[in-house]
Design a protein around this ligand. Structure first.
Ligand code: ZN
Length: 689
């Protein structure tokens, strides 16, 4: 086999196109699971007379922006209509102001310390967690999810229990316009509508629709852009509301509105400058913890009811099961049905909230909060207490003037935290280089610094808001791919405070993306001297030396990375690259196998393994690896090229011809222009035989 053919497969790494492919791989992997589950799904008779469930999660929507909650900021007639015909929980609290952990809480009814997901990106909802989808699936429901953003990709564990997990193709996002991999509410609704039209089943369904638009950046489509020019965030909410209207219409026109319980819930709010915070993630005030929550099914759920009592998003799943007549218990929450029906809840409702974002990413203290009765207590280096009746905006802490209440809430919080287990979750996952790059582009990277086990630090996040706002604006530029602009901001921030791990990470990455390896190396060395050593950082140093052709140094750094974190997919994968470059194929194969042990579906490692095996004459084994790669990712073009070249080499001509054809059909754009020429020539050559 010609080395030229072999070499071309690993297309340029750390490039947007790889992300496109990664998303396809994930999507396709999802489809495989989908069919497997369809085949195996039994049909318990119990479901026959149950209502359908449609859950809409609204990303980043403040409860006080809905007109049914008395707001004049945005017109939300469709959500208002659901509120009028159902129950509006006007004091609902999420448990954490971050998309993935907050959704994990909604789906499991558990607080983050119990479900283990503490941040976006680097955590995965563990299989042992019981989700609402799993419960309903087990009771004979057909389950389908339609997702609006990569941050809830199936790779992060929230697909548990869904027959269909439709996350679209993040690769279709125009990279120049907006790197944040999201799809519009209309696109998500389209996916839901066609699923609804096509479904032939007679079983009841649970459909989850995630609408991401109100998340920053705020760029609503017309006419909302013009209509809400002075408040584009409100425009995003008004736009999202119209899509909610279309979804309800879909149910109506399918004659399903009368038999479908609709639940609407927010994952977290948006600070919009309150307490010095612009978006969400860091602080746990009501700006980001108070969320909309509605239930609607006239005849089953009381119509036109407002519940002003304190409630939580973890109560939604048990409440839904209660209304559906499914007695299985789920999570830590409680059914809100007694409250709706004017009775006392089965247990006293205390609302726990947390943000570990500051401790996991910034070296600052984590925040934990407990709301009970009229008060919210926030545990921080300098703790706070708010009287929410007198001070709903949480502007003036009463910790000094009301020590009795503060002590009582602090004790309750301590008891609750102790009952929930260790401070930092167990659900951290090994991220591969492509997912890491995708998350970086979204501004979602969590550093892999070993977090302080108790989350304690003397630095209080609320004292750092000016610096955080700066860092956040840098992250926004970074996620749009403006590395030069981001670097200016990050470096200013670093000059102000050199104790923030996320800054070293991002400065290094920006320099790498700009091919400024000397500067990247310098900042990583600085981080190590500062005590911020980590597997990711060493793996990036390895990448820098690899790109410079200094393979011995690259190997050394990658080996250090693996001593810091033995299951670092990135380090194993890059080490394999280094060995391949030095033509040490057995060791390269060994590293690819290590990757596959951690993640058996990692297609790039299968391709790499196939190539290294082929180079050492292990043709049958190589063929198996190439076949596995296209089986796992049947829409991924380069896999077919490798397979084709290898099949031709093994003189399996008809199969080779077919694989070349697949590659030509699937590949497009400039990236594979040369490869397509080679494949076309090979195709002709084989056809002529
Ligand atoms: Zn969110």
């Amino acid at each position: 086999m010609q080395e030229a053919h072999v070499r071309m497969l690993p297309v340029p790494r750390y490039h947007m196109d790889r992300i496109v492919m990664m998303s396809r791989i994930l999507f396709v992997a999802g489809m495989c699971l989908f069919f497997a589950q369809l085949v195996s799904s039994a049909e318990p008779p119990e479901a026959a007379n149950k209502p359908n469930l449609l859950m809409i999660t609204l990303d980043t929507v403040r409860a006080d922006y809905l007109s049914c909650n008395g707001s004049k900021k945005a017109q939300t007639p469709h959500l208002d209509r659901l509120a009028r015909g159902g129950v509006n929980f006007t004091r609902a609290r999420t448990s954490v102001p971050l998309t993935l952990p907050a959704h994990a809480s909604i789906m499991t009814g558990n607080y983050p310390p119990v479900h283990g997901v503490r941040d976006n990106g680097s955590y995965r909802l563990p299989e042992e967690q019981l989700t609402l989808a799993e419960v309903l699936h087990g009771h004979g429901y057909e389950t389908a999810a339609f997702i609006g953003a990569f941050v809830l990709d199936r790779d992060f564990g929230v697909a548990q229990g869904f027959d269909v997990f439709d996350e679209g193709d993040w690769g279709n996002v125009n990279a120049l316009e907006n790197l944040a991999a999201e799809r519009s509410a209309d696109a998500v609704r389209d996916a839901f509508s066609s699923w609804l039209m096509d479904r032939a089943g007679t079983r009841p369904f649970f459909a989850w629709i995630h609408l991401y638009d109100p998340h920053a950046p705020y760029v609503p489509p017309e006419p909302f852009r013009k209509r809400y020019a002075e408040n584009p965030y409100a425009g995003e909410i008004a736009y999202t509301d119209t899509v909610v209207g279309k979804i309800v219409e879909d149910l109506e026109s399918s004659k399903l509105l009368g038999s479908t319980l609709i639940a609407v819930v927010g994952d977290h709010g948006e600070a919009l400058g309150e307490h010095g915070e612009q978006t969400h993630s860091l602080l746990i005030y009501n700006s980001t913890i108070h969320v909309p929550m509605l239930l609607h099914l006239p005849g089953l759920v009381t119509s036109g009811k407002t519940v002003e009592h304190l409630t939580r998003t973890i109560d939604l799943a048990p409440t839904i099961l209660d209304y559906m007549g499914i007695s299985q218990s789920i999570g830590q929450g409680t059914s809100l049905r007694p409250l709706v029906e004017g009775k006392r809840p089965d247990q006293e409702i205390l609302a726990y909230s947390e943000s570990l974002y500051p401790s996991l990413n910034l070296g600052w203290s984590e925040l934990r909060g407990l709301e009970a009765g009229d008060y919210r207590f926030i545990l921080a280096p300098s703790p706070e207490l708010y009287d929410l009746t007198k001070d709903p905006g949480e502007r003036e802490s009463r910790i000094e003037s009301n020590p009795t209440v503060a002590d009582r809430l602090e004790r309750s919080l301590a008891t609750l935290m102790e009952s929930m287990g260790p401070s930092v979750g167990r659900a951290r996952q090994a991220v591969d280089p492509q997912t890491e790059e995708m998350l970086l582009s979204l501004g979602y990277l969590s550093t892999s610094q070993p977090p302080p086990q108790d989350g304690s630090s003397v630095v209080d996040p609320k004292e750092k808001m000016e610096l955080w706002t700066k860092i956040e604006s840098g992250l926004a530029l970074f996620s749009r791919g403006d590395d030069t602009g981001a670097l200016v901001i990050f470096k200013k921030a670093l000059a102000e405070d050199d104790d923030i791990p996320i800054l070293y990470d991002h400065i290094g990455w920006s320099h790498i993306r700009l091919n400024q390896y000397d500067q990247a190396e310098r900042v990583y060395r600085q981080a190590i001297e500062h005590g911020f050593d980590s597997a990711d950082l060493r793996a990036n140093l390895g990448l820098i030396y690899y790109r410079r052709g200094d393979l011995a140094k690259a190997e050394k750094e990658l080996r250090i990375a693996l001593t810091l974190e033995v299951s670092s997919v990135t380090a194993h994968y890059r080490l394999a690259d280094v060995y391949r470059a030095t033509k040490n194929y057995p060791r390269a194969a060994e590293q690819y196998r290590q990757v596959l042990e951690i993640n058996p579906d990692y297609v790039w490692a299968l391709n790499g393994l196939g190539m290294t095996l082929a180079m050492t004459g292990k043709n049958e084994e190589a063929l198996a690896a190439f076949r596995d790669a296209v089986r796992i990712a049947p829409e991924m073009a380069p896999g077919y090229l490798n397979l084709a070249v290898h099949l031709e080499r093994m003189k399996l001509f008809p199969e080779a011809l077919e694989a070349y054809r697949k590659f030509i059909d699937l590949s497009s754009g400039d990236e594979f222009a040369r490869e397509r020429e080679i494949a076309a020539a090979a195709f002709k050559r084989l056809q002529a035989r």
